[in-house]
Design a protein around this ligand. Sequence first.
Ligand SMILES: [Zn+2]
Length: 106
Amino acid sequence: MLPINMDTMLGIAGEAYDAVLEKVPSDQLAKRWINTIARAVQEFETNPFISYRTQDNTLIFWSHDTTNGIYEVTEKGCECKAARKHQPCKHAAARKLYRRYLETAQ
Ligand SMILES: [Zn+2]
């Protein structure tokens, strides 16, 4: 489990919601991104199998309760089914949130 202060993370998620509402032109897509961000935040609270490799800024995410896939998310993105279909992906959302978290914590 990554050591995360959830109050800080929820603040970052709130900023991410605002950014989605501001930037995503389609309401339907905005709604899906917001759901995806919420699911990513929930993973930080409940999934003990998320880690972060600082050498190459990679989030390693084991979806032990769903697909059982291990996803290594880099700046190039994620390789899960959703991401391959260019759909909102919670792994990439989690990496982005965590990167912002690290910046905020500094
Ligand atoms: Zn993914």
